[in-house]
Ligand binder design. Structure first.
Ligand code: CO
Length: 277
């Protein structure tokens, strides 16, 4: 079986979004505008309320999916269709925006640690205008696998090691795992050879990926292959590994709208202004 190596390593770009939430943008930045089907990856994390308290007030989305994975803190989600939910540490929300919605994501705390990720996953042209759908995943719904000595895997979406994650029915067949490795521990995963995949080590000193090295806090883009071999540095390491089938379709994006053509972006803006989202 062929082993995947990193074909790109890049640091995140410190920025802010929403009403001034400090975050690090790993995908959707000048060095990597997208990684088909992934449109954006933000890492947020602070123990200072002033870095996140303004939150993400009302904003629209159309044409893709937003995935929020919380590591620490509490965030309240509300939309213009009457849906509301609380995102808590260790939980996830897979929101299929489809034809569109307007929502807010606001911290439910004024101080203390707030930490997590938001990932945007594109929808195929045939499904950009489907009805919105939520999968709110509580921490206890996420299986914790121990497939090797010193390795613990939280399986949010996809199938690996004979288990299946709670997020279901996503067209790009994603795998989303949060992996904790003890110092020098190794783990080998198998996934579809042609799926786009990336790794981000957010705790520890970095991780060996096949024959290549990924420093902590960087994003590592994987080349094609069936197997991924991970080896932690000489310190406990925690990382996310995410993979999905690329769409290979034209992308037209403008802020929170991601469609296939500029005309569809104009339509999204017109619909938003007319109150049709
Ligand atoms: Co949003």
């Amino acid at each position: 079986m062929s082993t995947r190596n990193l074909i790109r390593n890049l640091p995140g770009l410190p920025t802010s979004d929403g009403a001034g939430v400090k975050l690090t943008r790993l995908i959707g930045q000048p060095m990597l505008d997208m990684l088909d089907p992934f449109l954006l990856l933000d890492a947020f994390g602070s123990e200072r309320g002033t870095d996140y308290i303004a939150g993400f007030p009302e904003h629209p989305h159309r044409g893709f999916e937003t995935v929020t994975y919380m590591l620490a803190g509490r965030m309240r989600h509300r939309d213009n269709q009457g849906n509301s939910g609380l995102l808590v540490a260790g939980g996830a929300q897979w929101m299929t925006a489809g034809a569109g919605l307007i929502h807010s994501e606001m911290p439910e705390q004024s101080d203390g640690e707030m930490r997590g990720f938001q990932l945007w996953v594109n929808l195929p042209a045939t499904h950009k205008m489907i009805a919105p759908r939520y999968q709110d995943i509580a921490p206890e719904q996420i299986p914790v696998l121990t497939p090797a000595a010193g390795a613990s895997v939280r399986l949010i979406a996809g199938e690996v090691f004979g288990a299946r994650g709670p997020v279901q029915g996503i067209l790009t067949q994603p795998l989303f795992v949060d992996i904790a490795l003890a110092a020098s521990a190794t783990l080998t995963l198998t996934l579809p050879a042609a799926h786009t995949a990336f790794v981000h080590a957010f705790e520890g000193a970095g991780v060996q990926v096949g024959d290549t090295w990924l420093a902590a806090q960087e994003l590592g883009v994987l080349g094609a292959g069936e197997q991924i071999e991970l080896r932690a540095a000489d310190a406990p390491t925690r990382l996310i590994l995410v993979a999905a089938a690329p769409l290979r379709e034209p992308v037209a994006r403008y802020g929170p709208f991601v469609m296939n053509t500029p005309q569809q972006i104009q339509q999204a803006l017109a619909d938003y202004r007319a109150g049709r989202i």
